[in-house]
Structure formats: C-alpha cells, structure tokens
Design a binder for this molecule. Structure first.
Ligand code: NAD
Length: 480
C-alpha cells in the first residue's frame, strides 16, 4: 500500500507468523482496502508473550550501552524509512502527510533516542546508613504489553517502546485494529537494526480477541495502555488478577481559556489548532471558554481562520483537515452533534458530515464544527467526542472560568490565553490537568512528566517517570 510492501502477519520471536483468520484494513481517505491483517487470538497472544519471556534474561543482561546503541540503530532505521512510514501511516489513519513527514515520524525516532540516552544518564544515587551502603538500581521488570490507539499509531507506540526496551523489558505491541500497518513496518526496522529475536513482538488483531488475552497473561509484568476509559477499566481488571502495574493514558475534554487580556489572534490560532488530525487528539482543547466581553472579537477571528481550512485528501499539501478514522467513528461523532443540536445547541460552524466529500471519495469526512448554546452539564460538554467538534462557552470571572474548566470528569490538559503572567500562574495552579500550556499548545519535552488526572489516566510517563514504571527498583544494602 502507498507503494510500500508491508508484511501484515504477526512478528513473534523474530519470525512472521500467520493466523487462520484475517481482517481487512481500509483507508479512511477513500475507503479502499489496504491489506488483509492477521487476526490474532489467545494462541498468538500466548506465543508472543512466550517469545518475550524467553528473550527476557538475555535482554535484561544486555549492558545499558548496548541496549542504547540498538535503540539508536532502530531510530536511524526510522529516519531512513521516514517517507515509507509517513506514506503508510497517512494511508492508514488519514492524518496529514506533511505532519507525518515533518513532525510525527521524526518524533517517533526521537522517542527512541531520548530514552536510550536517558537510560545512560539514570541516577544511581548511593548513600550510607550508619556506615551501610544503599545501592539503588533500576532493574528490568519483565515482558511488557503495550496497547495503542489509532490516532497517532507509531508515535504513541515508540513513546512506550523506547523506555520499555531501554529499561530491559521485552515488549509485545498490540496496535489498534484500524491502524495496524506501521507497527509491522517497524518490526522490520528492529530486525534490520539487529535487535535480538523476541525482544520486540507485534501481535495484530482486535482488542477483545488479541488484546484481552495479552494483558491477562500471567507472564506479563507491565501493561502500558493508551486509549479509551472503558477499555482501561477492562485492562485494569485483567491486570489486577496478577497484580501487574498499569500505566493509563486516556481521554480528555480539555479547555482553552481565553481571557479578555489575551492576544486574540494568538487565541484564535490556538483554537483552530484543535482541529488538527480532525480533532482526534487526546490533548485537544475542545472546550473554548471565552471571557464574555471578548466573545465576539474572538469568534470573528476564529471563524475567519476555521473557514479558511481546506478539507480533503491528507496527502495534499494544501489540506488542513483530513478524514476521521472510520465511517463508524464518523457516525459516532455525528451522534454527539445531532443530540447537542436537538438539545438546543447552535452550530456556529459546520454541524455535520461533509457529505459531498465523503460521497465523492468514499472516505469519512466531518466538517469542522463549533457549537454554542451548550450547558455545562450537557453530553457535548462532558463527553469526549474525538472528532473536529468544539464547544463555545463564556465566563465573566476567573472563578467561573476555573469552575467551568475543572467541571468534567477528565483532567488531561488545559490551555490558557492571557496577557497577564500573574493570572496565568494563579489559574494554572487551580486547574486539574496533567499539562497546562500558557499562550502555546502541544509543546512537549520528553523529559517532562506526561499523563492525566481523574478519568484521563493513571501514572505519568516521560523522563525518569517512564523508567519508574518499566523498572523494578532495587536497593542493595551492604554492611561496612
Ligand atoms: P480503544 O480503547 O477503543 O482502543 C485502544 C486499544 O485498546 C486498541 O489497540 C484496542 O484494540 C485495544 N483494546 C480494546 N479492548 C481491549 C481489551 N479488552 N483488552 C486489551 N486491549 C483492548 O481506544 P481508541 O478508540 O483506539 O482510541 C481513542 C482513545 O484514546 C480516546 O479516548 C483518546 O483520548 C485516547 N488517547 C489518549 C491519549 C493520551 O495520551 N492520553 C493519546 C491518544 C489517544
């Protein structure tokens, strides 16, 4: 597909393995079938975990500099195949090709390099207690199951693969069934880089059929999951059986607070950015909270920019917004909007699927949408839509702004637009969010903790926090 050959069987123990059944992977751009994918089940999950388990002693004993060298070699392989990876990812998930080329794939390589380097810089602070030495080590924990969603497939996978492999944990990656392709290409890259068999495995298939037995396997020692809240609950139950630590990066309903003292052009730029990847970004600030006196001035700037967004084929340079991931997902997004409109909301922009484009291409295109007249306790304000749908609410005081911002069950991120530094500090301190951006969005340093509060997740990854998760820390106390 996209002129690139991808082997869509599982990658287990350094070999390709088939399943009796397959499923069809289609492009959200035009609905064309891209490939038949191996449809794994309990048997394949067991084989993948067994391969990871067999590889564990050797990988755990591999000296950190050698692990780091291999991660760098894989990152070099990602760079070398950047065009292929970008083309395949765009065909598979419909996000903009130019973003994949310039931002996402370089970031995937960076994820690997960052954690390789971080491994070598990990502190081993020794200290003494009444003459006894405490020697703290970051020991590998064992096979890790990595479960990823479809909105940024390889980028999110490498955010887990990098630290897990650096830590000495072999992994089994189960990519999302709607975007299975770059994981398979990545397996080739790991092999070409010389990663020993079984250290990296890919299990293809559906969540309930392949994912569930994987996370339930007694030999899995860590589960790192990015996806939805209902799936996190299922995984938490399965992991509880064997008391396996889990890391959850889940959904969001993040606010963008625009204060009257903000640079309104910047605020409008930040708001329109929320349509990136057709709004299918966990961090997206989908609730625009605007101080009443500047509502109209902000709205005018926002609508001007949003109307200029070109919707269409994500492979074309001029396109600013592509399709949603799947016709079923488009239906789900539209259901939220229809119910909101029926409940009294007004569409200031969009408000439905792009029927002409969808009909002509066979893809799944939803118009960038802004809904006003929405109540704080309404479904559209409270639930994650995961599409190009924003809501507009106003506030008159800082207290009200904070109450609205914090008034959902999520707590992933928040963005502030304000010209007042003191206000920014004051408000940021009161927000429930794993990340707060002031006058910027999506600036992410891998050294920073990343994760969500409340229903947006459990735990933090990034920097040494990733090693906290993927390692078993050990303290060895020696008498003088
Ligand atoms: P999903 O929960 O439906 O699926 C995610 C993955 O879990 C897929 O690989 C799926 O096959 C697998 N899965 C499903 N059921 C399973 C089970 N019982 N056991 C094991 N694995 C199972 O989520 P999605 O629709 O693919 O992704 C969208 C969600 O992901 C949104 O809620 C979004 O906010 C969230 N997300 C969060 C972050 C973050 O960093 N916080 C990043 C991206 C996406």
């Amino acid at each position: 597909m996209a002129g690139v050959t991808v082997d869509t069987r599982h990658w287990i123990g350094g070999e390709r393995l088939d399943s009796a059944a397959t499923f069809t992977d289609r492009s959200p751009i035009d609905g064309t079938p891209l490939a038949e994918i191996a449809r794994g089940g309990a048997e394949e999950a067991r084989a993948a975990v067994a391969a990871a388990r067999a590889a564990f002693p050797g990988w755990a004993a591999t000296p950190p500099p050698e692990r780091a060298r291999l991660l760098h070699a894989i990152a070099d392989g990602v760079d070398a195949r950047l065009e292929d990876l970008a083309a395949v990812e765009t065909a598979d998930n419909g996000a903009l090709l130019r973003s994949h080329r310039r931002g996402v794939m370089p970031r995937a390589a960076h994820n690997l390099r960052f954690f390789a380097d971080r491994l070598l810089a990990l502190g081993h602070d020794d200290f003494t207690t009444r003459g006894h030495t405490n020697h703290v080590t970051w020991d590998p924990a064992g096979p890790a199951a990595l479960i990823t969603p479809w909105n940024a497939p390889l980028m999110l996978a490498t955010w887990k693969i990098g630290p897990a492999l650096a830590a000495g944990d072999p992994v089994v990656l189960k990519p999302a069934e709607w975007t299975p392709l770059t994981a398979s290409l990545f397996a080739d890259i790991t092999a070409e880089a010389g990663l020993p068999p079984g250290v990296f495995n890919v299990l293809q298939g559906y969540g309930a059929e392949a994912g569930e037995p994987l996370v339930s396997d007694a030999d899995i020692r860590r589960v790192s999951f990015t996806g939805s809240v209902p799936t996190a609950r299922r995984i938490a139950r399965a992991a509880a059986e064997h008391l396996v630590p889990t890391s959850f990066e889940l959904g969001g309903k993040s606010p963008l607070l625009v204060f009257a003292d903000a640079d309104l052009d910047l605020a409008a730029d930040l708001a329109v950015e929320q349509y990136d990847n057709a709004g299918q970004v966990c961090l997206a600030a989908t609730r625009l909270l605007v101080e009443e006196p500047v509502r109209d001035a902000f709205l005018e700037r926002f609508l001007h920019r949003a109307r200029a967004l070109v919707q269409g084929d994500p492979r074309e340079e001029a396109t600013g917004i592509g399709p949603t991931i799947h016709p079923r997902h488009l239906e789900r997004v539209d259901g939220f909007v229809r119910r909101a409109l029926a409940a009294g909301a007004t569409a200031l922009l969009g408000g439905g699927p792009h029927t002409e484009l969808t009909g002509r291409t066979g893809g799944a295109y939803y118009r960038p949408t802004l809904l006003a007249g929405v109540a704080q306790d309404s479904e559209i304000v409270q639930e994650e839509v995961f599409g190009p749908v924003l809501t507009l609410q106003t506030f008159t005081t800082e207290d009200e702004a904070v109450a609205l911002a914090n008034g959902t069950r999520f707590g992933l991120a928040a963005t502030l637009a304000t010209g007042d530094r003191d206000r920014a500090d004051r408000v940021a301190a009161r927000l429930v969010a794993g990340t707060v951006w002031t006058n910027c969005f999506f600036v992410r340093d891998l050294a920073a903790p990343f994760g969500g509060s409340r229903a947006s997740g459990m735990g933090r990854e990034g920097g040494d926090w990733s090693f906290d998760f993927y390692c078993d820390l050990k303290n060895t106390v020696t008498a003088p």
